[in-house]
Design a protein around this ligand. Structure first.
Ligand SMILES: Cc1ncc(COP(=O)(O)O)c(C=O)c1O
Length: 355
């Protein structure tokens, strides 16, 4: 690859980061007397609207410094949507063709965003076919398969370099409980939980990592039984998190706890978030919030004070036709009233009653 081209490509990507501000850490209002603070790291404010902006930047830089990308390389990715949106943005920045291989059921809003950034969408009927199809396309056109599910955990520098963990800890510095008791995230590739888990160990913090997992996902079973090839083969309804197979980037040993969250609870939690804070988030934020509430209820029972940090991964705008559409919820058989009642009671009394 031409070193001059790579040098310029790296500069363009670094300049994008340099023009960007850090993402906000919002406070979710809890009763002050609890002595527990809940924060939401708002990743929806990245230029491409999600947490995946960080991943796409890291994957592009990783491929560039590995000499995998040149001025004529077509970039291919297997993605359920948001990663592809961000990668399409960076591909266009570098003047490269980009093809996203994705399940046919991916939301129309995300398809439009990929195309908006000049990417092309290639659909498969069976969600688990995305990997093989991406590999095949890359081989066929001599392109590069970015492969987020394999490289997410190593493309991000876990020691720092303004990764999401370092950013959260810096933003917590002046809070009354600056070192979080818990960080709660979902897993798509597993990269975010790996980054947080490694960072807290490296920085010698006591913070524990909790991964929330939606219905049908393989991660929970794999973590519980320490079976890396645990496979449900089932797609997740919560875009961005939950996988039919355990992805290579999932690092179970740095996860202290996992919580399974019903999809109706994720849907209920994003409605509650909007009502209480005005933030309009995607489904995976609801999964995280529902898990964070459970951990806080447990802290209250144990008489503990402290802080809990979770993520607002993307905006609800992308899911207006699905998660925020009552007809869609009814079609899916998702009743949000029982989990809403559980959360309302929790926020009033601090008690958590199981669904
Ligand atoms: C709530 C939440 N946490 C974490 C992630 C992390 O994804 P990954 O495991 O790919 O880093 C996502 C991805 O959409 C998410 O929505």
């Amino acid at each position: 690859m031409s070193r001059a081209w790579v040098r310029e490509a790296v500069r363009l990507i670094e300049a994008d980061a340099n023009r960007s501000a850090d993402t906000h850490l919002h406070v979710f209002p809890l009763p002050a007397e609890w002595g527990i603070d809940l924060y939401l790291k708002d990743e929806s404010v990245h230029p491409t609207g999600s947490l995946k902006h960080r991943l796409a930047r890291s994957l592009m830089l990783y491929a560039l410094v590995n000499g995998e990308i040149g001025p004529d390389t077509t970039l291919i990715e297997a993605s359920s949507g948001s990663t592809a949106v961000s990668e399409a943005y960076f591909a266009r920045m570098l003047g490269l063709d980009f093809v996203a291989v994705m399940p046919r059921k991916t939301s129309q809003e995300k398809v439009q965003l990929i195309e908006f950034y000049g990417g092309r969408c290639h659909f498969v009927d069976i969600p688990s076919a995305v990997y093989g199809e991406a590999e095949r396309l890359a081989a066929e056109c001599g392109g590069h398969y970015l492969d987020q599910f394999t490289y997410a955990e190593r493309a991000t520098d876990w020691r720092g370099n303004n990764n999401i963990a370092e950013s959260v800890f810096a933003q917590m510095r002046l809070e009354r409980h600056p070192v979080p008791a818990w960080i709660v995230v979902g897993a798509g590739t597993g990269g975010t939980s790996a980054t947080f888990g490694r960072y807290v160990r490296y920085r010698r913090h006591t913070t524990k990592i909790c991964v929330v997992d939606p219905e049908n996902s393989s991660f929970y079973g794999a973590w519980q039984t320490r079976t890396p090839d645990y496979t449900t083969g089932m797609p997740s309804r919560i875009e961005g998190i939950g996988r039919p197979r355990v992805e290579p980037s999932f690092v179970p040993n740095v996860i202290d706890e996992m919580i399974e969250v019903p999809d109706a609870a994720s849907m209920a939690a994003i409605r509650l978030l909007r009502e209480r804070t005005g933030h309009w988030a995607g489904g995976s934020t609801g999964t995280s919030l529902y898990g964070a509430f459970q951990l806080i209820a447990r802290m209250l029972t144990a008489g503990q004070t402290g802080s809990v940090v979770t993520l607002l991964c993307d905006s609800g705008e992308r899911y207006a036709h699905t998660y925020y559409n009552d007809t869609w919820l009814a079609e899916q058989g998702l009743d949000i009233d029982p989990p809403l009642a559980v959360m309302e009671e929790f926020l009033l009394t601090g008690r958590w009653s199981t669904l």
